[in-house]
Ligand binder design. Structure first.
Ligand code: SAM
Length: 300
């Protein structure tokens, strides 16, 4: 869905609304906790723009960025995706010029050698990754999500494409997956982990439901580093995409949250370290399209 900002947290704009001010204040607190040498100790005395300049992408910073800046991340994320479910698929294709479909296919390809029979798609949304996973000819594909509206749209799509007997979509939270230990050969997740309220809890649960020697593949936004892609996508992601998103989507905040959350989410080696901490043995990162998205492969 969309494209990644190019200069990470330093791309964050000065706050322009109470929601953004609250957001930046929380960011500031998170960064201060993670930076012992930080000069600022209290977000109320630290200009929020300064705080965002100090921001290093991290699990803590990611947990502090929420769609509306009012409450717990998980509940706000579910509410936001409920709000945008109606336009989600259209906006994905339109804003990414269809590239998101290719990225999902490439993610699924990372499971080809494993020939998984049981596949779980965490944060399945409207089920696009679960549908792509059918190319592997598995026996069972289950998608779980915390947004009822996203799942409802996904079920509609499966019925329309006569795939509802091949993929099951269920209510399910990444932090409490309703499956037995080691049930799945493979776990997939596209553009979900950045939205988790508790990243480590989610990754550990995904690890728990994987069988020994099973494989997890995660697709997530990252940040291009090279000139001029970095600058171009930073501009697109921070400026154009939220404006287009606001025009079409029913949620004015959703596409600001998108670039804000990408800016502070750990990428590359930092995300691989999160995977290792969650108990995965071997990890690999493949950067896609100049680093706009990345695929992470993690073996149990
Ligand atoms: C950007 S969408 C991605 C949907 C789909 N995977 C795709 O590739 O289009 C992110 C999804 O993650 C879901 N999500 C966020 N946190 C979750 C959690 N803790 N457990 C399960 N789903 C979650 C949201 O409800 C939303 O549907």
């Amino acid at each position: 869905m969309g494209f990644g900002p190019s200069v990470g947290a330093s791309f964050a704009r000065p706050p322009s609304s109470p929601v953004k001010l609250a957001q930046k204040a929380r960011l500031s607190r998170a960064f201060n906790q993670g930076l012992p040498m930080s000069k600022a100790t209290d977000s109320s005395t630290s200009p929020s723009t300064e705080a965002s300049k100090q921001a290093a992408p991290s699990r803590e910073a990611s947990a502090s960025v929420t769609p509306y800046g009012e409450g717990a991340k998980k509940a706000e994320v579910a509410r936001m995706f409920d709000n945008i479910a109606g336009n989600y698929d259209f906006l994905n294709r339109f804003l990414s010029l269809g590239i998101d479909t290719l990225w999902r296919r490439k993610a699924v390809c990372q499971l080809a050698a494993l020939q998984p029979k049981r596949i779980l798609d965490v944060a399945t949304g409207t089920g696009d990754l679960a549908i792509a996973a059918l190319a592997l000819e598995p026996k069972e594909v289950v998608g779980v999500d915390i947004s009822r509206e996203m799942l409802a749209k996904g079920r509609e799509k499966l019925r329309r494409r006569r795939l509802d007997d091949r993929i099951r979509l269920e209510d399910g939270d990444s932090e409490h997956l309703p499956f037995a230990d080691g049930h799945f050969d493979a776990v997939l997740c596209a553009y979900g982990v950045r939205n988790f309220g508790d990243l480590q809890a989610g990754l550990k649960e995904m690890r728990r439901v994987l069988r020994p020697a099973g494989r997890m593949v995660i697709l997530e936004f990252s940040r291009p580093h090279a000139f001029p892609v970095k600058q171009l996508f930073g501009f697109y992601f921070r400026t154009i995409l939220p404006s287009l998103g606001r025009l079409v989507s029913r949620d004015a905040r959703a596409y600001d949250y998108l670039h804000e959350s990408v800016a502070v989410f750990p990428e590359g080696q930092a995300f691989e370290a999160e995977l290792k901490q969650a108990g995965f043995q071997r990890t690999t990162c493949i950067r896609l399209s100049f680093g706009i998205s990345s695929i992470y492969i993690a073996d149990a």
